[in-house]
Structures are given as C-alpha cells and as structure tokens.
Design a protein around this ligand. Structure first.
Ligand SMILES: [Zn+2]
Length: 428
C-alpha cells in the first residue's frame, strides 16, 4: 500500500524541489514517488504531518558505535586521555557481546534521533568474533548501516576478505590506518586491497603535524594515486590548503566531528577551508563517550565555529553531503523522486523551535532529538509518535548496563566521572 505523508513543511534538500511550506510526500514500494503540494493518492495510508517538518533522514559518516556504554565519561577528555581510557583501558576487556550491545544501542540511538544512514567506524577489532558481533548488531537494528572495518596491524587482508564475503560492497568500507599511523607503503597496500574488493575508504587525519611519517600525508597519497572519489578523510585538522585541494581534485570528502575536534584540542574544524577547496564536508559524531549521539549537536557546533557557512549548508552536510560521502547520494540524503523513502518528521510546534520561519536556521540553532516524532527507512516506519517500533528498550538497557558494569569492574575504573585517565605520550 502507498503511504502519503501529508501536510507538513517539506524541506526536501533537493535543489529542484526546494522547500514546500505545506506539501506531501508519496511513498511507493519503499521509494519516494512524488513530492508536491496536495497529492491525490486515493487508497494510500495517510500519515498526518501537519505541524511537522518533513526532512530526509540524517547521515552520520563516522561513529565509533561500540563505545556507547561509556557515554558522558569523556566530556572533558583530551585526545591523549581518550586514547588511554578507551583504547588502552576499556577495549582490552570488550567481549564480542559487549560490542554487540554497544553497537545495537548506539545504532538505535542514532535512529531515534533521525539518523537513517550511518557509517560505523569499527576499531574494536580484537578478533573476527568481535567484528561479527558488530555486524550482527547493525543488522538487528533498522536503518542503513555501513560497516567500516578498521582492522588493525599488518596482515589484515585475510580478515578483510572474510568480512567482504559476508557483506555487499555498499554496506562495507575499509577503515584505513592511513598515512598518519602507518607508512606510505602500508597505506598503498591497504588502498589496493580496498580497490580490489570494491570498498570505499575512511581514514583519520588530524592534529597539527609532527606526524611520525611526515607532515604531508595527503600529498604523499596524492603522488601515488591513492586518493579518489571514494576517499573520506576524518577530521582533516592540520592539513594544509594545498593538500585539501588535492583531495578535492580527486573527488574525496571530509567528515567533520565538530564537538570532538574542539574539545580534544585538534585545530579548529576545517569546514570553511574544505568548502573553499571545493569539498562539501559531512558531519559525524565520532566517539560516543565524548559527544552526544545526534547530529543536531554536531550541526549547532559546526555553525557556531565557522562564520563562512550558512544554516542551509550545515543541514546539507548532515543530509545530502553525508549521503554522497557514503557513496549513496543517488539513493538517500534528499527527498527526491526515486530515492529511498528515508525521512524524518520533526515536531515544529515544540516550544524549543516554535514558531519556525526558516527551518534550516531553526534546526541548526535549536534542533534536538526530542523533536523527532517519526522516522521512515526505505518507506518503513521505524519510529512513530516519538517511540521506536519493535524494540524492547527496557531489556536492552538492562543488558547494556550489565555489560558496562562488567567492563568497568574488569578495568578497575569508576563510571561516576571521578576517573581521570592519565594522558599518554601520543604523537598525533
Ligand atoms: Zn574517529
């Protein structure tokens, strides 16, 4: 049966369709069949969107979802403290079931706040069973998920090939160690593997230089032809303008995590410099202990620190530009006929946002997850009237809490905020 989302303010993020002050979205077979005022769709199931904003679902291009159980602990952590706390102290105690619960809870949280497409940047790859648990959680949660496998250390190829055989190419990415952590020869081998397997790549580059393998990581990749339109650089702080131009020239993109970059002491988010270089950046949550898991917060910080962007730009980063960065620009990220019906309905009468004049300005400055009334993924309702559908949240909460408490006890740390990890000597 068709579904007609009727009478909302439709913020399509499609340059042709624009914003309809009062419009309808017709969904057929999981896709958007029409976007227009007053669609006549006899027999369709009607979703009343009056008093709502109707937007494409958000896209998060980089989130370490497995860490969800420790949210809030890193509100003031530096990058060095984060490394010691999460990777040095907590990660060694993660079992596959802990990864599963973190990923499932985090994916559902993202969905609850309107994130219909998410790249899970997984770097708790302690064993193949850990990766399998992460993938299973992404499959058990509704929503489009891309498993970005940040396999670590040398000799990763057999494990990457194993997982690639389990996942379609558009549901997997290769999380590179990249030229900041590994040598250029290792990076070249990793990129070759990704290309052979048809995978996009994502890699962290941040800091202020002084990297162990040289100050011009993207220039080195550019020289060897390792950058292309399936390359996403996470953060990018510390990259010179000419290296951003090389990335732009190759068609690559940048994923910006404004909250984490600011509080962890990276250089300021490079949103404006990326735009100047010709790159439309996307937005991401990054690590869950340090930042909230919704893109409203990321949008608010992004516009607060960069005068060169408009609210409309920032809303684009969180939707269509994120979709393009994930290689899904033709399938999601805007309310365009033929795309998957991934859409969110936001309460425009909530006291935090009423009255809405400019939807982009309102959402970027005052939006919050509590506005998300409904979420549709490929036409299927996964959240209605403020509640996720088909999810036993009380049971999941109990399991996540038990997982967190077990890990914390094994690691010998407190979860009440009194734990102050000692900053390690890190070079990036
Ligand atoms: Zn990250």
């Amino acid at each position: 049966m068709d579904t007609l989302v009727r009478g909302g303010t439709v913020v399509s993020m499609d340059s042709a369709a624009g914003t309809l002050p009062r419009g309808d979205v017709l969904i057929r077979d999981g896709r958007i069949a029409a976007v227009a005022p007053g669609i006549d769709a006899a027999g369709a199931e009607v979703v009343d969107a009056s008093g709502m904003l109707v937007l494409p679902g958000f896209v998060d291009t980089h989130r370490h979802t497995w860490q969800t159980a420790f949210r809030g602990l890193g509100a003031r952590w530096t990058f060095g403290q984060y490394r010691v706390a999460v990777h040095g102290t907590l990660k060694p105690h993660y079992r596959p079931e802990d990864v599963y619960l973190g990923n499932l809870s985090g994916r559902l949280e993202a969905l609850n706040s309107g994130v219909t497409t998410m790249l899970d940047w997984f770097h708790c790859a302690r064993s193949p069973e850990h990766a399998d648990a992460a993938i299973q959680a992404l499959r058990d949660a509704p929503g489009h998920s891309i498993f970005c496998y940040g396999a670590d250390g040398p000799g990763i190829a057999p494990e990457i090939r194993r997982v690639r055989a389990l996942l379609p190419g558009d549901e997997m990415a290769l999380g590179l160690r990249g030229p900041v952590i590994s040598t250029m020869d290792e990076t070249a081998a990793d990129v070759a593997l990704a290309r052979e397997l048809g995978l996009p790549v994502s890699m962290h580059v941040h800091g202020t230089g002084g990297w162990p393998h040289g100050d011009r990581p993207l220039a080195g990749m550019h020289e060897r032809g390792l950058l292309d339109d399936r390359t996403t650089v996470v953060h990018g702080n510390g990259l010179s303008d000419d290296q951003l131009a090389m990335l732009a020239d190759a068609g690559g993109s940048v994923s910006i995590s404004p909250d984490v970059e600011l509080k962890m002491g990276f250089e300021p988010p490079i949103t404006g410099r990326a735009l100047a270089a010709g790159i439309r950046p996307s937005l991401s949550v990054d690590d869950c202990p340090s930042a909230g898991g919704d893109l409203f917060g990321a949008m608010r910080t992004a516009i607060a620190v960069e005068r060169a962007v408009t609210a409309r730009d920032v809303l684009g980063f969180a939707t269509i530009d994120g979709a393009r960065a994930c290689g899904r620009g033709d399938r999601t990220g805007s309310l365009t006929v033929g795309k998957d019906a991934d859409l969110v309905l936001l309460d425009a009468e909530d006291p935090a946002v009423f009255p809405v004049g400019d939807p982009a300005g309102t959402l970027v400055s005052a939006g919050h997850p509590g506005l998300v009334d409904s979420v549709f993924v490929a036409g299927r309702a996964v959240k209605r009237h403020g509640r996720l559908l088909g999810v036993d949240l009380p049971s999941l909460r109990a399991r996540l809490l038990a997982s967190r408490d077990r890990i914390a006890a094994a690691a010998g740390i407190a979860v009440d905020g009194s734990w102050q990890p000692q900053e390690a000597d890190v070079t990036r």
